[in-house]
Design a protein around this ligand. Structure first.
Ligand code: FMN
Length: 317
């Protein structure tokens, strides 16, 4: 039996449901000698911000039980360097590319999207034979603090999420994904706000706020004090958030957090996700995403599931 692995996100059709998560895969080219980039369902780039960011002071990574804590601080070369140096590389990829966008004000997000829209030019479906523009969609990281709103993260306030999503929607016809933070009491109103604002999908979860203290030095292990927890430790939180979000919205949900094998991905798909991303798992083994896809396909064949999009309706109460 040959399974249908295609997934639709707004105007975009992904060849398969397994992508690689922002901040864990650079801009794709970094992994080209280790991974068949063309076989990935999607590449979600490292964040792009208006100005270059060196990132936070070191140490900015520490291992935790079944995971890691990072305070990289959205280190990236900035918008102009992205357009000059990264975009031409992204045009060579066959896999769908989502550019992850971050900012500390609404204007910053909009400037990044407007400039990339102008530089990338018209969009065509991957695999259609038309020239690749390098950008198939945007993933909007709303976990950033809004400096004009007293540093409250955009993603913790439904009104801010809806307004930001609508403003970006007005500037692009490409697939628009809003990436949600789990650092809220309930993801449902935030997911609904993204949907109302015009998002084609939501992705979740971003990292959970955590802290590790070096007892001997009596100091936090990270220079910034706190960081974002990722890896297998966060997976049950991610699955629960996806389960909730998938029941709150009609748009597709993209699940991530702690995926290291096909069973992990299947948990997200059964919870209601249409697609998944592998993040920290790539640091352990760069082939994780490929193995996850092969395992999902094998499970579908064994279970007689014809379309990957059918999995999300298969969870028994
Ligand atoms: C080192 C590192 C850098 C990250 N950078 C970004 C980023 O720039 N933008 C973003 O939206 N998420 C970023 N993330 C979050 C991941 O994309 C993902 O949401 C999170 O790590 C949970 O998935 P995982 O457990 O599979 O890693 C980063 C995560 C890590 C570990």
């Amino acid at each position: 039996m040959s399974c249908d692995l295609r997934v639709r996100i707004g105007p975009l059709e992904l060849a398969n449901p397994v992508g690689v998560a922002s901040g864990t895969f650079g801009y794709g080219a970094e992994y080209e000698e280790l991974v068949d980039l063309d076989a990935l369902g999607a590449i979600y780039t490292k964040a792009v911000t208006k100005a270059p960011r060196p990132g936070n002071a070191v140490p900015r990574i520490v291992e935790t039980p079944a995971g890691m804590l990072n305070s990289i601080g959205l280190a990236n070369p900035g918008l102009e360097a992205f357009v000059d140096r990264k975009l031409p590389e992204l045009r060579k990829l066959r896999a769908a590319v989502f550019v992850n966008v971050a900012g500390s004000s609404e204007d910053e997000y909009l400037e990044v999207v407007e400039r990339i829209e102008a530089a990338a030019g018209p969009w065509a479906q991957p695999g259609s034979g038309a020239a690749r523009s390098g950008v198939d969609g945007y993933e909007i990281n709303v976990s950033c603090p809004n400096v004009r709103h007293g540093g409250l993260a955009f993603g913790t306030d439904p009104a801010q999420v809806e307004r930001l999503t609508a403003a970006i929607r007005a500037r692009t016809a490409r697939a628009l994904v809003v990436k949600l933070t789990p650092n809220v009491a309930d993801v449902s109103p935030i997911a609904r706000a993204a949907e109302t604002g015009g998002a084609d999908a939501v992705s979740l979860i971003n990292t959970l706020v955590g802290m590790v203290i070096d007892v001997r030095r009596r100091r936090p292990a990270l220079a910034m004090g706190t960081g974002g927890l990722s890896g297998p430790a966060v997976r049950p939180v991610g699955v629960a958030c996806v389960h909730k979000a998938a029941r709150a919205v009609k748009i597709p949900v993209i699940g991530l957090g702690g995926i290291t094998c096909a069973d992990d991905a299947l948990q997200y798909l059964l919870a209601g996700a249409s697609a998944v991303q592998v993040g920290t798992g790539t640091f352990v083994d760069p082939r994780t995403a490929a193995e996850v896809l092969a395992g999902v396909q094998a499970w579908m064949e064994a279970q007689g599931v014809a379309r990957v999009e059918d999995i999300r309706g298969m969870l028994l109460a």
